[in-house]
Ligand binder design. Structure first.
Ligand SMILES: Nc1ncnc2c1ncn2[C@@H]1O[C@H](COP(=O)(O)OP(=O)(O)O)[C@@H](O)[C@H]1O
Ligand SMILES: [Mg+2]
Length: 337
């Protein structure tokens, strides 16, 4: 019987490949191409604070206005609900008092860079940007950083599921880190994602999911595809330990130099954006895929979808054949239950 749909193929990375994509592992190698950043290892107690359900922030500094300073569920808890001491304790953790080293680190970074944007080893709290006054990850004070980290499912994913797509059953412990990058004004239309498999570029995609009518011409006129190829082939592939990876880059005006935003594992945890996984695994393409007027609606709904539904579904949604395969699997599993 011939199959007219793609099978969901496994895309795994070794634990070492996943660890190699931690910011602190690749940043020293590509420092000259990346926004200046400061990194601090996180103690276990801080990880516990980040993973706990509650959000409690220190008293607001007097000169800061307009930021959401404190979200606590104390109000919604009934007063008689005193049987959950742990919850109460968590609510009272004041990170600025409990973690002076981290506090000092944040203060230093803010003194140095004025504005910073945070992330852990792999993820930035993009899904929590709505909580900030200007809807960005631009942090002006310590509270902004704690608030973003505590509100983000992407951060929780880094803490709870770093090895979801690992090829091994046993995985090493993770040394968690907080990264504070100097804030740069980034034009999202010029962010691209490049897929590298076995040392070869197999795809490139616009990263932001909006349609930019000028982008196609700009890429052609400024030869951006060639500039990206040269950078990835000569500057990145020979220097990075993973043979397969997915790199996010930024090409600011005047379109001569490339900045590295992030390096991700070549697994389904990383959004394949305008590609399907079978395409990335089996094919190789040289142009940059863009959102066009015709596919504008199809992909916009995909933003951050990786944190809302299982990854298999997100990826299969861009591939009707794979979706059929997944639906069939579900039916079989349902019958088994
Ligand atoms: N130094 C920076 N200044 C401002 N914004 C940044 C900076 N670095 C990254 N960003 C923005 O944050 C977004 C997410 O960063 P990224 O490191 O790719 O996180 P993730 O791996 O969670 O997607 C990027 O798409 C970019 O728009
Ligand atoms: Mg990333």
């Amino acid at each position: 019987m011939t199959r007219d749909y793609a099978v969901l193929e496994e895309v795994k990375a070794t634990p070492q490949e996943i660890l190699n994509c931690s910011y602190s592992k690749w940043y020293p190698v590509f420092k000259e191409h990346t926004a200046s950043s400061m990194i601090i290892p996180l103690p276990q107690e801080f990880i516990h604070y980040l993973s706990s359900e509650s959000i409690h922030l220190p008293e607001p500094p007097r000169d800061v206005q307009g930021t959401i300073e404190e979200i606590s569920e104390e109000d919604s808890e009934s007063d008689s609900d005193d049987d959950d001491d742990e919850w109460e304790t968590e609510l009272r953790v004041d990170p600025t008092k409990e973690f002076p080293m981290i506090n000092e680190f944040i203060t230093k970074a803010l003194d140095k860079y004025t504005y910073v944007t945070p992330k852990l080893n792999w993820s930035a709290p993009k899904d929590a940007s709505w909580i900030m006054i200007d809807n960005t990850l631009k942090c002006r004070n310590t509270n902004d950083i704690y608030l973003l980290l505590k509100s983000s499912d992407h951060i929780t994913h880094d803490l709870d599921h770093p090895f979801d797509e690992s090829s091994e059953i046993e995985n090493p412990p993770v040394e968690y880190e907080l990264v504070l990058r100097k804030w740069k004004e980034i034009n999202p239309s010029l962010e691209f994602r490049v897929f590298v498999r076995n040392g070869v570029i197999v795809g490139k995609s616009q990263r932001d999911l909006n349609y930019y009518d000028f982008l196609k011409n700009l890429i052609e006129e400024e030869k951006i595809n060639d500039i990206i190829n040269e950078f990835i082939n000569y500057e990145v592939i020979p220097k990075f330990n993973n043979r397969s990876f997915i790199i996010d880059i930024y090409v600011p005006r005047p379109y001569k130099k490339i900045r590295i935003i992030d390096i991700n594992a070549f697994t389904r945890v990383t959004d394949s954006i305008l590609y399907t996984w079978p395409e990335l695994i089996n094919d190789q393409e040289d142009n940059i895929r863009l959102i066009t007027e015709t596919n504008i609606g199809r992909f916009r709904t995909k933003a951050y979808s990786e944190s809302q539904v299982p990854l298999d579904v997100v990826n299969a949604s861009a591939d009707p054949g794979a979706l059929a395969e997944l639906a069939k699997e579900w039916q079989i599993n349902e019958r088994k239950d």
